[in-house]
Design a binder for this molecule. Structure first.
Ligand SMILES: Cc1cc2nc3c(=O)[nH]c(=O)nc-3n(C[C@H](O)[C@H](O)[C@H](O)COP(=O)(O)OP(=O)(O)OC[C@H]3O[C@@H](n4cnc5c(N)ncnc54)[C@H](O)[C@@H]3O)c2cc1C
Length: 284
């Protein structure tokens, strides 16, 4: 039997983690409870984040950026009207997570802390240029989403730290698209592509990230620069090859490594077409 501690502030959470190094945080419990039921985890102490008011909900910050509290459930992110324009990539990804039951239960903080490479949020957060806010006894720090995901099931989090929020730049003009290829609706991704396209002063800038084709989202400045100015078939093929060259896909029940590699340019072309078609900002 695990002891369940119920702090109500972030300060209390990080105090409890510092005093109980063996404690495990629990948010929605979608993954952790399944692991406990399967006897893959048996934490003696659980620190629940459910009662920490600060971690709940999505709000606009002074300056126009957005803050998604770590305990915000996938359903709220999937349906938020605040996440529009280039940030629409996030509700698009959240709405493709599993099924309604998991979306009602799971939270953005729990999802990214677990960092399964097949998750839907990581590529969407990298494409949206998000920052992850992390708290510990020594204060708060922020890490770019592109640096937060480090390796298979490994993030920039260290012992005693808790994800408190995801922060996003002001929405602005543009669009966000998330395309997920899965064996069946509700399954984890075999491969996915997230695109966030932003228009400022008649110029378009684009960020692309690929999910489920390596230990962390694939992301290259060179690809973003290329697709910001070109969207012809040659540019898509070139961008696809660049992303394939940094991929490290595995063979598993969701698809072979070769199949995952082949999906990258196809999903990229389709996602780009969707984003630019909807906004009328294609160059060709
Ligand atoms: C059947 C099923 C299908 C799924 N399908 C998909 C899918 O298609 N796509 C997808 O993206 N996801 C999928 N998931 C994962 C789902 O999105 C979970 O919500 C997510 O993995 C964990 O979120 P949670 O809030 O439930 O975290 P929990 O289960 O509570 O915690 C998960 C881990 O994160 C740690 N943790 C929790 N919160 C924090 C925090 N704030 N800071 C630091 N560490 C923290 C916990 O200690 C634990 O190790 C699926 C899950 C299940 C059970």
């Amino acid at each position: 039997m695990s002891a369940l501690l119920r702090p109500s502030t972030v300060d209390e959470v990080v105090d409890l983690l510092a005093r109980n190094p063996e404690a495990r945080l629990i948010s929605g419990g979608a993954t952790l409870v399944a692991m406990m039921n399967a006897r893959l985890a048996a934490p003696e102490v659980l620190v629940s984040l459910a009662g920490v008011e600060e971690l709940h909900g999505i709000r606009t910050l002074r300056g126009g950026g957005l803050r998604i509290g770590a305990f915000t459930r996938h359903r709220e992110t999937a349906t938020s009207s605040l996440l529009h324009g280039p940030l629409a990539v996030l509700p698009a990804a959240a709405s493709r997570i599993a099924n309604a039951t998991v979306r009602n239960m799971g939270t953005i903080g729990g999802s990214i802390a677990f960092a399964d490479p097949g998750l839907d949020y990581p590529p969407a957060l990298v494409a949206a240029n998000a920052e992850i806010e992390i708290a510990s006894k020594t204060g708060r720090r922020r890490v770019a989403a592109s640096d937060f995901f480090v390796d298979w099931y490994t993030t920039a989090l260290v012992e005693g730290e808790v994800v408190t929020a995801v922060e996003l730049p002001p929405p602005g003009d543009g669009d966000g698209v998330y395309l997920k290829h899965a064996r069946v609706s509700g399954d984890y991704a075999t491969a996915s592509v997230a695109i966030s396209v932003r228009f400022e002063n008649q110029r378009r800038s684009l960020r692309v990230a690929v999910g489920a084709c390596g230990p962390k989202p694939l992301f290259l400045d060179e690809v973003n620069a290329l697709l910001s100015v070109r969207d012809d078939a040659g540019a898509i093929a070139q961008a696809g090859e660049l992303l394939q060259s940094i991929a490290d896909p595995i063979d598993d029940v969701r698809g072979s490594a070769a199949y995952r590699l082949a999906l990258i340019p196809r999903l990229l072309g389709a996602a780009l077409g969707e984003a630019l078609g909807r906004t009328g900002m294609a160059h060709v």
